[in-house]
Design a protein around this ligand. Structure first.
Ligand code: HEM
Length: 544
């Protein structure tokens, strides 16, 4: 890849030319008009360019190194859409702390375990803020949700609700029935499609979506609606995570945000409207039902005990201030629902899609995982969550895939609340700090054959998801690390174990496997994985 790429942000170029206009033909000055308006304009422009060259390109004392850009726009025209690989390439020249000036913004890229440790552990508190892209603001009810909330009392309250109540191990255990029902539904569905090609990512997305929404508000997508709504929802989530990850002129020149030159905010607004309508419908149905009389709801809860435990019921109780400590507004409830749906679906389903692709590429790993499942679960049984802790090889497979294809390859950017020294370099307050875990996970000085999918490297290893090993950070580390690790682990492991145990998988004849990645705030496979399942359990009743 060249440093200045052809692919680099054609949309940004278009937007810039829309802003400044195309060059016009200019006639040369006449001899008798030495100070023609044109001459004066050009002189003024020249002076301005000289000034801004000095202003923009002058290295600041103590600043991290980084490539020089152009006046006004900085490095913007040279930025590549695939930020994770591009940052890794730049780090080879400029080192593990590098700086990019883009319009009025400063980006810092961190690319080594020791510098990641400085940011996420030694200066965790200072870097616990977010610098929210304008596109994300459209989707997050003005920063009312956890991922984008500034570090402070509101974030603490939302995070506490998430980690200690909604996503705690006890709550998750109590919701196993819901997860089991949804995963069994997916198996039933795949059984009907046996022998035909299926889009693995779409199926896994739908399974994750059904698990999450049934935990949130006891809603699932079934029958004819399954394909249509699932695909629609997957596309909406995918489009959002891709748009938010895309460099946006509105972020680099806040004064221009109003013009939305790349049309990103407009597209995100449409998506936000779609999600909001779903949440509004769910909320008004629930509030309406509750108003219709407690008796009916209690009766209903008795008939299906999972219903009374869904998150929405729990959040509405908090809203009404039953414990008096955490009053929630309806907006915050909708924002929390948005959090769960956005964070919990694509990350998990993309992870499973990459794992399946890597295993199909190395069939011995697939066979080994199936053998382990046959020994632990047996071929006359179905997988239960209680089996998961007895599957060390499958755990190693998941860890290895998260190493090669971390769903959040540069984490969610952190933002220092004060000027801070990292490895002796001054990091300006307010900069966007990207931790390139993708590069750290493939660093040849840390990992042997880093580009190889080799689950064995995690067998008998103490590297885990805790964020204490700074060479392995798929869920981040410190205060802002992923709030849904327990849920992600269960969903990924349980769904993966079940589809591997229930079916053999192969590529359609003549189909080539493509493992390339596409950057987004959630990374995905560039080419969707299409594979054919065939049943491998003897008793058809095990697919019911
Ligand atoms: C394989 C699956 C997943 C991966 C790899 C993953 C990874 C991450 C990462 C890297 C971050 C940002 C950490 C940082 O900024 O330093 C994050 C944040 C977050 N994740 Fe996950 N995640 C996954 C699944 C989930 C699930 C299932 C949920 C909940 C349903 C969830 C909820 C969250 C929340 C709420 C945050 C924001 C935390 C904050 O800013 O305080 N994630 N995740």
């Amino acid at each position: 890849m060249s440093l200045i790429t052809s692919q680099s942000n054609s949309s940004i170029f278009n937007a810039l030319s829309a802003l400044f206009g195309r060059g016009r033909c200019m006639s040369p000055p006449k001899d008798d008009e030495p100070f023609s308006p044109l001459f004066l304009t050009l002189s003024a422009l020249f002076a301005l360019v000289c000034y801004s060259c000095i202003h923009y390109l002058k290295p600041r004392r103590g600043s991290p190194p980084g490539p020089l850009g152009l006046p006004f726009v900085g490095y913007l025209p040279f930025l590549d859409q695939e930020l994770h690989t591009y940052f890794a390439l730049l780090a080879r020249t400029y080192g593990p702390v590098l700086k990019l000036t883009l319009g009025r913004k400063v980006w810092i890229v961190i690319s080594s375990p020791s510098t990641a440790r400085e940011v996420l552990k030694d200066h965790d508190l200072t870097f616990a803020n977010r610098n929210v892209p304008v596109a994300a603001r459209e989707m997050t009810y003005g920063g009312s949700e956890i991922v984008t909330a500034s570090y402070g009392p509101k974030w603490r309250m939302l995070r506490k609700i998430c980690v200690l109540k909604m996503l705690s191990r006890t709550t998750l255990d109590s919701m196993y029935g819901l997860r089991r029902r949804e995963v069994r539904e997916s198996i039933q569905y795949l059984y009907k499609r046996c022998g035909s090609p299926v889009n693995v990512g779409e199926e896994m997305f739908l399974a994750a979506y059904n698990v999450i929404t049934s935990m949130l508000w006891a809603g699932t997508v079934k029958g004819d609606e399954r394909d249509r709504l699932g695909v629609e929802f997957k596309n909406a989530v995918g489009e959002f995570t891709e748009l938010v990850g895309r460099p946006n002129i509105s972020d680099f020149y806040p004064g221009l945000a109003w013009f939305d030159l790349q049309g990103i905010q407009k597209r995100v607004k449409v998506l936000a409207g779609k999600f909001d309508r779903i949440f509004e419908a769910v909320l008004s149905q629930r509030l309406g039902n509750d108003k219709e009389g407690g008796q009916a709801t209690v009766e209903e809860s008795k008939r299906s005990p999972e219903k009374k435990k869904d998150f929405l019921k729990f959040l509405l109780e908090l809203k009404d201030g039953e414990d008096g400590k955490t009053p929630l507004t309806l907006i915050e409830i909708k924002a929390l629902l948005m959090n769960m749906v956005l964070n919990g679906t694509e990350t998990s389903s993309n992870t499973i899609e990459f794992i399946m692709a890597e295993m199909l590429n190395k069939p011995h790993t697939l066979r080994k995982a199936q053998q382990e499942l046959d020994t632990v679960v047996g071929k006359d049984n179905v997988v239960e969550e209680s089996h998961i802790s007895k599957l060390p090889y499958l755990h190693a497979v998941v860890k290895e895939s998260l190493r090669l294809h971390p769903p959040a390859p540069v984490l969610v950017p952190h933002c220092p609340s004060d000027d801070t020294l990292i490895s002796g370099f001054r990091i300006q307050k307010g900069s966007m700090v990207y931790i390139n875990v993708w590069a750290i996970h493939r660093d040849p000085t840390i990992w042997e054959n880093p580009d190889e999918f080799d689950p064995e490297r995690f067998m008998n290893s103490n590297v885990d998801y805790s964020g204490n090993h700074f060479s392995y950070l798929p869920f981040g580390s410190g205060r802002r690390m992923c709030a849904g690790i327990a849920m992600a682990e269960r969903m990924v492991m349980y769904s993966l174990a079940t589809i591997l145990h229930s079916f053999d998988w192969e590529l359609p004849k003549g189909e080539k496997l493509d493992l390339s990645e596409q950057f987004g705030i959630v990374m995905k496979k560039k080419v969707p994985l299409i594979a054919i399942p065939t049943p491998r359990l003897f008793d058809p009743a095990l697919y019911k």
